[in-house]
Design a protein around this ligand. Structure first.
Ligand code: NAP
Length: 247
């Protein structure tokens, strides 16, 4: 069993926003457990960075869209620790295409990863949190879950679904001292957005009042706040981290 006083589980901690969240909690007081889909080298890098910052971290390979893999992921965590204080449902993918051209398999993959994955991880973590009578669950949505986005129907639908899931879970779990909130990032500098051309990026920045792309740590800061005691009376809410892109 780990000696850390608290435990956080982050999905998709190998890269981008999930890595920034994992590093935000690199502290001797808390142990970070995260999963990744396939990128072991990047997962190892996150662990190295957590340890360098004085924290405790473990990485496990698990596809969040597959129940058996999610169960095995949590079983491994429960071999180390008896509780989960914080769950951050961060892992997500974006498979884009205009609706007439969007493949059914890409739609399914997007919904199964972004939406079903959050249900599966919450299903297991919430059971533990209910017994503890304490928990913080934070789901990563997106600005396009509010605005929609041409060419991103599946992705946007999954991110809008996360908001309804968050509010439902918040209502179910409030009596057990478990809060459930969402963070909706705008345009953040990660692998997911780096692939866009400079022309497209310029167009997006032109729509952002703060006139710049966000950084992964901006999202991690909002997650840290929602997991803190200062946020103990906040549940079923969304924090928009988007430079004013959507108000
Ligand atoms: P990213 O850099 O592409 O990283 C995605 C992470 O999710 C990786 O750790 C990846 O693991 C993991 N992952 C993907 N599919 C998985 C699966 N089926 N099972 C387990 N892990 C899986 O993405 P990001 O930009 O950091 O985005 C993180 C979250 O923020 C996503 O939910 C995304 O939709 C949301 N978001 C991002 C932006 C943005 O501008 N970047 C804006 C709004 C919302 P591997 O490394 O093994 O592939």
């Amino acid at each position: 069993m780990t000696k850390a006083k608290r435990t956080i589980v982050v999905t998709g901690g190998s890269r981008g926003i999930g890595r920034a969240i994992s590093l935000e909690f690199a502290d001797s007081d808390i142990c970070v457990y995260f999963n990744y889909l396939s990128n072991k080298a990047e997962a190892d890098k996150t662990i190295t960075l957590i340890k360098k910052a004085g924290g405790c971290g473990y990485a496990f390979k698990a596809d969040i869209s597959v129940f058996d893999e999610v169960k095995t992921f949590f079983d491994k965590i429960f071999q180390h620790t008896e509780k989960i204080d914080i769950l951050v449902n961060n892992a997500g993918i974006s498979k884009n295409g205009l609706i007439p051209l969007l493949k059914e398999s890409d739609w399914d993959k997007t919904i199964n990863t972004n939406l079903k994955g959050i249900f599966l991880c919450t299903k297991i973590a919430a059971k533990k949190m209910i017994r503890q009578k304490y928990g913080r669950i934070i789901n990563i949505s997106s600005v396009v879950g509010f605005t929609g986005s041409a060419g991103q129907a599946g992705y946007s639908a999954s991110k809008a679904g996360i908001i309804a899931f968050t509010k439902s879970a918040a209502q179910e779990l409030a009596s057990r001292n478990i809060t459930v909130n969402a963070v909706a990032p705008g345009f953040i500098n990660t692998d997911m957005t780096r692939a866009l051309t400079e022309k497209v990026k310029k167009k997006i920045v032109a729509k952002i009042p703060l006139e710049k792309i966000g950084e992964d740590r901006n999202v991690a800061d909002a997650v840290k706040f929602l997991s803190s005691e200062q946020a103990s009376y906040i549940t079923g809410q969304v924090i928009h981290v988007n430079g004013g892109m959507y108000m």
